[in-house]
Structure formats: structure tokens, C-alpha cells
Design a protein. Structure first.
Length: 754
């Protein structure tokens, strides 16, 4: 998240309590006690954690979730709108009296939970009632359109009765309500329950995010839109179901290599006065978790057709600048697509330790200035990453033998906060740590998950994990009997600082016989609680990530130690015991009340969609401007630095899915598909009044073509008629079957003529 935006909020409103530090992944759902009781019946962990038997079955799917043109594209997409500050001041004036007097160490929070739940419900219900067709931004300027569409990618892995869904969804900030609702949608059809879904959000800063139920996130990513929550959760559910149906007998290869070509540690070096001494703090720019981990699944039967490559790397998807205005899937989807185009292998990225890792700003490689720079930077970085990923993949195929019966285990658990900070807090109001359930969190619990797949131990935490925390966890769950990594120490600091850093973490480790050669730590899984810094980083100075660390100075060790206990349990050890607070049931009652609201949106959204006005059949599909030249000077340099070819037509309202654009190339008497959009080289813009423009950027097109090649635009889209039964109804977004298709074909042109 942007320090600048948080600072702006602090100065502008004085509120910040919600932006306070965390949107919890906490899985505080009422099933917790049932889950605990079930496992207690089998104190040696039980059959759920046994190594699964039978053949390995794996399925993969990809579902696009572009949402609507006009939605604000993420944290850095557009500027703020008039009235946002007033709205926030009003809500904070209501919320502060509820939360400010609760002592997180010795809480009597029952009344606070009731009032905070009522407050959140009021905001959500009010926003839902005010939802209107054609409007997809709440507090911020509307976006301009779509570049590479966001998507959901899923790999379902099964052996015997045990099956897990590893999901990577293009979401700016995960929330546990999203994961809970998805689980409810797929459990009956797939048998995959909430404990079996490893749902990682990409933390993409340029994707539409009006789905967060947490008011504290709205200041960064726009207010809640019930349509998007339903759209997103059903899109993820659809992808899980498709991957489940796609299962085939499979093999697994895994590998780890190091990678440092495009990233840097954004915290960087700093200094502070501590106990009267001037100390070096922060981190060197080259201090980051550089593990690049690969899991490759292909079919067990000849000719071993590829199923999916899952790869993990820690880095914020944040190459695009403020104000660019286009919904974009950022570097993960671009790199995945490059890799698939080159190898034929579907790929999905998992966000590793990204809490302090950003695209390089020229700190480690002077030629790599990527951070919040431009679409040029996005394309350069994703091209480099895809090429390097392909090189690592070739090494994997050459050096690693496949497994047909790898270990498969899974454990997922809600744990309480630290003893001193039972309720998550944040310190954005100077001198105060304010509690944050319902503001950024669903509840006071935190959900952790670990999946063992062959040599890989995949661990998910609902936070922006920093390098030191990632390395500590990995050092405690690997298959080596080595030292526990405690944190970075600047070489010129006094010895007592090194001693203090040695106290960052506990030293318990799993038995090396139960450890994994390739432990992977994943950020933004199943929810969001903020950043989590080490004890020394927490206490040596006040800073953005420290303020967003939710459970006090011991947050990092608390989460790391809990994960170690869960891994031990999963591998056959004793039940991991946690001390749950007595008031938890009051908290969970409020969570369930909010869940009822989210379930009910499946009935609310179709009624909103029925209000979409019909288009004018006399103008739908009418060409407004045949291919025309757009000079580079007429394009915002945050979006493109080269000229483009445009094509404008009357289509349909942006209440419907974005039109699909195909650029065709003449092949004799026929026309063949050359490239499609919206995507890297074809940007789709909504101009209002149902008018659309496709903008082809030749400089961004990775396929080769000649400037004298004849090209033409072909557009396919939907428009809303005034008749029912025109098409097969969509129960949520076209409940009466009123959408009809249209097509537009432009005149031939050559790039050279412009």
C-alpha cells in the first residue's frame, strides 16, 4: 500500500483508524469450535493429516474477471473525488467512540463488537441501497477502461479423499469474507471446503477492488459495490469448479532457484536514535527473499501434456503509475501469458514475501527503473521475468525427476492474537493503538494454512509478509537441522543490537525428518491483517509497516511459531493448542451476521441488474470513427509513449461485460486472428454514452508483423434489449435473458499508412 496515500489520509481526516493496519484474514467463523472439537477427538492429528493415497490428480482453470469499465482501477489508478473526506469524517466520528476505549490487552469487548458490527452493517446496507446502473466508482474518479483483464487461476490437487484448491485471484486486498463465501459456493459441487481452499490475492495495485467489506480499505480502493462482491466470489467459485472438473492423473516436479533481477527492498536503509545512540535500521536495498519456487504438474500418461506451472516470487505488482486509469492485471498476468505463449504451459504466480519487496527502482540494477513507472516498465519487467522463468523451467525439466505419488497433506486453522494484543490494532492516530475488527478485519482471529505437496511446503498467511519473517519461517520448517534465522543486523551497529535481534523469534523447529526441502511463504492468503514486522523493526522506530502490524511487537513470532505448531500437527505430531479468549463467541456472532448479509447479495444483485436501461438498437454496432491515427503526444505518457491506431463505435452500456476486440490480419482472401483485446497491445476505453474506443499500440505488440500488413478491427459485444428471453438468462447479471450480441467490423488499414 502507498505510504503517500496513507499520509494524505492522516493529514486530511485525522482518522486513519481504519487504514490502520490490517484487513484481517482472520478466520473467525463459528465453525472454529466445531473444528477444534473434531480434531481433539484424534489427538495424534487424525486421518485428515495422513499422507493421502492413490494416484495424483490435478486440474487447472483460468477465468477472466475484467469487471466493468469505469470502475476505479486499484490503489494507484485514479485520483480522489469530492465528498470522500466528508464521508470518512462522518463514519469515523461514529466509529471512534466505539473502539477507542477498548484495551486490547485486557478487553471487555462484547459491546464494542456489537456496535462495530452494527456500524459496518449500516455502511454496507446504505451503499447497497445507493447502487445504481452505470456507476462503478464511489469516492474516486472513474477509470477509463481495461488493459490486460484481471483473472483467477486455480490448480486443484487431489489424492484419494484429500483435495485442495490453490487459487491465485487478481485482488488488491484479500478479505476472509471473500474466501468464506467462495467456500460456501463450491463445497456442495466439489467437496472442497473452506479448510481446503488456499486463496491468495495478488495485491495488484491496478485492479478494481470495490469488493472489500472492510471500510478501512475503501479509502484506497473505493467503496463497497455489492455487484462486484458477487461477481468476484462467483468468478472464483467458477474457476475452482472448472479446475475440479479438469482433473487428470498427473505427475509433480518441484524446484527452487534464486532470482534477483527485477526487485529491491523498498524499506531501504534508515537511521534512528535509540537509547541515546544513532543506529542503522531498515534494510539494504538488496535484502529480500529471492526464492523463485516452481511446481510443475503434467499428465501421467504419455505424451505428458502440461497441466500447470505454479511459481512463487515475492514482489508487489506495482509497476504502473498513479492516475493511469486502466484496469490492468499487472506484471503477474503479463509474465504468465508470455510464458504460456512461449512454452504452451499454463502458469500461475503466487505472491511470496512481498511486504518489503517492490519492482526495482534502479537501486540494484541501474537499467531497471520499474516501480510505479509506466506501461513501458510493466512490459519490460514482465518480459524479463517470463524469459528467466522459462530458463528455470527448462532446468526443472532437465534436472528433476517427476513424482506420481507425492506427499499431500493440508491443515488450516484460525488462531487468536498475541497475549498482549488479543484484538488487532493499529497506531495511525498518534499515540494510540486503536482496535480494528470490522474496520479492516472481520474478527480477532487469524487464519493460517499449510499444504505439503511432495518436497514443497506451501504456507499461507493473511498479511504482507516481509523478508525477515519469511526467512524465519522457512528456517524453522525446512528439512535441515540448522540455525533459526532471527533477522538482519547492520554490521556497524553495536553488539547489543545483534543480541536484541536474536530475540526476534522463538527457536522451536519441526523435526528435520518432517521438514520440507522447499518451504514457500505466501502473502495475502485467505484474508488480510496488514504488515507483520519483526520485534526489532517494531520497537526501534515508528514507521508505516510498524503501525500496520496488528498484534503488537510479538506479531511476527506469534504467527511463525503458530505455523511451526500447525506443520508439526499436520505431519503427525500433537494437536497445536491455542488459548482462545472467552469473548470470542461475541465476536463470531457479529461475523455471522455480516456473512448473512453477503449471502443475501445473491438475491439483491439480480434486482439491481433488472434496472439496467435498454440500449438503442438503431445505434448499437454503429461505427463512429474508422481506424484513425493517435499521436503519442495525444496519449497520456503514463499509459503509452508511442502512437496508436484507434477505432470507435457505439456499443452498449458499461453495465455489461466489456466488448471483446480482435485485430485480424489479411491472409489472401481470408482474415485471420492476429491479436485480441483488451490486452497488452489493445486498450479498451469507455467514452460514455455507450461509446467505446479500441486503441491498438503497435509498440506493445509482442507478435511480429509488417507495417504493410493489412489489418482490421472486429468487435463482439453484448447489449441490453427491452425484451425478455432473448438469450439464456444469467441468474445474477441478466436474470431475464435480455442481453443480445452485436458485432462490428472495421475497414482494412496498415500501420504504415499512419
Amino acid at each position: 500500500m502507498s505510504t503517500r496515500i496513507f499520509s494524505f489520509l492522516l493529514v486530511s481526516f485525522g482518522l486513519l483508524i481504519f487504514v490502520s493496519g490490517c484487513d484481517d484474514d482472520v478466520d473467525a467463523e463459528p465453525d472454529t469450535s466445531i473444528e477444534i472439537d473434531d480434531v481433539e477427538e484424534t489427538p495424534d492429528a487424525g486421518p485428515r493429516y495422513d499422507i493421502a493415497t492413490g494416484p495424483l490428480e490435478v486440474g487447472y482453470s483460468r477465468v477472466e474477471i475484467p469487471w466493468r469499465a469505469g470502475a476505479k482501477p486499484g490503489q494507484v489508478g485514479t485520483d480522489g473525488a469530492d465528498g470522500m473526506e466528508t464521508d470518512f469524517l462522518n463514519t469515523i466520528a461514529t466509529l471512534l467512540p466505539i473502539v477507542q476505549d477498548v484495551d486490547p490487552a485486557e478487553p471487555e469487548p462484547e459491546e464494542m463488537f456489537d456496535e462495530a458490527t452494527e456500524w459496518a452493517m449500516d455502511l454496507l446496507e446504505e451503499g447497497t441501497e445507493e447502487t445504481e446502473p452505470g456507476v462503478y466508482n464511489n469516492w474516486f474518479e472513474p477509470g477509463d477502461g481495461v488493459e490486460q483483464p484481471p483473472d483467477v487461476k486455480v490448480t486443484v490437487i487431489q489424492r484419494g479423499e484429500l483435495k485442495v484448491a490453490v487459487v491465485r485471484a487478481d485482488i488488491y486486498v484479500m478479505h476472509d469474507y471473500i474466501q468464506k463465501r467462495v467456500a460456501e459456493l463450491v463445497e456442495e459441487t466439489t467437496g472442497i471446503g473452506r479448510d481446503d481452499i488456499f486463496l491468495a490475492g495478488t495485491h495488484n495495485h491496478s485492479v478494481a477492488q470495490p469488493s472489500s467489506p472492510a471500510p478501512g480499505i475503501w479509502s484506497l480502493a473505493d467503496g463497497f459495490d455489492p455487484r462486484h462482491f458477487v461477481y468476484l466470489t462467483h468468478g472464483i467459485a467458477e474457476a475452482i469448479e472448472e479446475a475440479y472438473d479438469d482433473r487428470r492423473e498427473a505427475r509433480l516436479r518441484t524446484m527452487r532457484t534464486s532470482y534477483d533481477a527485477v526487485q529491491f527492498n523498498i524499506i531501504g536503509p534508515a537511521s534512528t536514535e535509540y537509547d541515546g545512540e544513532e543506529l542503522d535500521v531498515g534494510y539494504p536495498y538488496d535484502h529480500f527473499d529471492d526464492d523463485l519456487d516452481l511446481l510443475y504438474f503434467d499428465e501421467a500418461d504419455e505424451p505428458h501434456e502440461p497441466i500447470a506451472l505454479v511459481f512463487s516470487l515475492g514482489m508487489h505488482p506495482e509497476t504502473l503509475p498513479s492516475g493511469h486509469g486502466l484496469i490492468s492485471a499487472e506484471f503477474p498476468a503479463h509474465a504468465e501469458k508470455h510464458f504460456r505463449d512461449s512454452t504452451g504451459v499454463p502458469a500461475m504466480w503466487l505472491p511470496g514475501a512481498l511486504g518489503d519487496i517492490e519492482p526495482d527502482r534502479g537501486r540494484n540494477n541501474p537499467d531497471h527503473d520499474f516501480w510505479r513507472d509506466s506501461f513501458d516498465a510493466l512490459h519490460q519487467l514482465s518480459t524479463i521475468l517470463a524469459a528467466d522463468l522459462e530458463e528455470a523451467f527448462d532446468e526443472l525439466l532437465e534436472d528433476v525427476e517427476p513424482e506420481t505419488e507425492p506427499k499431500l497433506r493440508n491443515i488450516s486453522r484460525d488462531i487468536p492474537g498475541t497475549e498482549d494484543y488479543r484484538i488487532p490494532t493499529s497506531a495511525y492516530l498518534e499515540g494510540m493503538r486503536l482496535v480494528t475488527p470490522r474496520v479492516l478485519h472481520a474478527s480477532s482471529l487469524v487464519r493460517l494454512q499449510a499444504i505439503r505437496m511432495g518436497d514443497v511446503l506451501l504456507m499461507g498467511l493473511p498479511a504482507e509478509i516481509t523478508t525477515d519473517l519469511s526467512w524465519n519461517i522457512k528456517s524453522r520448517v525446512n528439512d535441515e537441522d540448522g540455525e533459526v534465522y532471527q533477522g538482519y543486523v547492520w554490521p556497524d551497529n553495536p553488539e547489543w543490537v545483534a543480541d536484541r535481534v536474536e530475540d526476534n523469534f522463538s527457536t522451536n523447529q519441526v523435526d528435520p525428518d518432517d521438514g520440507a526441502p522447499i518451504p514457500i511463504v505466501t502473502s495475502m492468503v485467505n484474508g488480510y491483517i496488514g504488515y507483520v514486522v519483526t520485534r526489532w523493526e517494531y520497537e526501534n522506530r515508528e514507521h508505516y509497516r510498524q503501525e500496520m502490524t496488528p498484534h503488537g511487537p510479538d506479531s511476527a513470532d506469534h504467527l511463525a511459531s503458530a505455523l511451526v505448531q500447525l506443520v508439526e500437527e499436520m505431519m503427525g505430531g500433537p494437536r497445536a493448542e491455542f488459548d482462545y479468549p472467552e469473548w470470542l463467541d461475541d465476536d463470531l456472532e457479529g461475523v455471522e451476521e455480516l456473512m448473512e448479509f453477503f449471502r443475501g447479495l445473491d438475491e439483491v444483485v439480480p434486482e439491481i441488474e433488472r434496472q439496467i436501461p435498454a440500449g438503442d438498437e438503431d445505434v448499437v454496432g454503429e461505427i463512429v470513427d474508422e481506424p484513425f491515427y493517435i499521436a503519442a503526444d495525444d496519449i497520456d505518457d503514463r499509459v503509452a509513449t508511442d502512437s496508436a491506431v484507434g477505432f470507435t463505435w457505439h456499443g452498449a452500456t458499461n453495465d455489461l461485460p466489456p466488448p471483446q476486440v480482435t485485430l485480424e490480419r489479411r491472409d489472401g482472401d481470408d482474415w485471420q486472428e492476429f491479436t485480441t483485446g483488451p490486452g497488452r497491445s489493445i486498450h479498451l476505453l469507455h467514452d460514455g454514452d455507450d461509446q467505446w474506443t479500441a486503441r491498438f499500440h503497435p509498440a506493445y505488440e509482442p507478435r511480429s508483423f509488417d507495417e504493410d500488413d493489412e489489418l482490421r478491427f472486429r468487435v463482439e459485444g453484448l447489449w441490453r434489449t427491452d425484451e425478455e428471453g432473448i438469450s439464456e438468462p444469467d441468474p445474477l447479471f441478466d436474470p431475464d435473458g435480455q442481453n443480445d450480441s452485436y458485432e462490428v467490423v472495421g475497414e482494412a488499414f496498415t500501420v504504415g499508412e499512419f
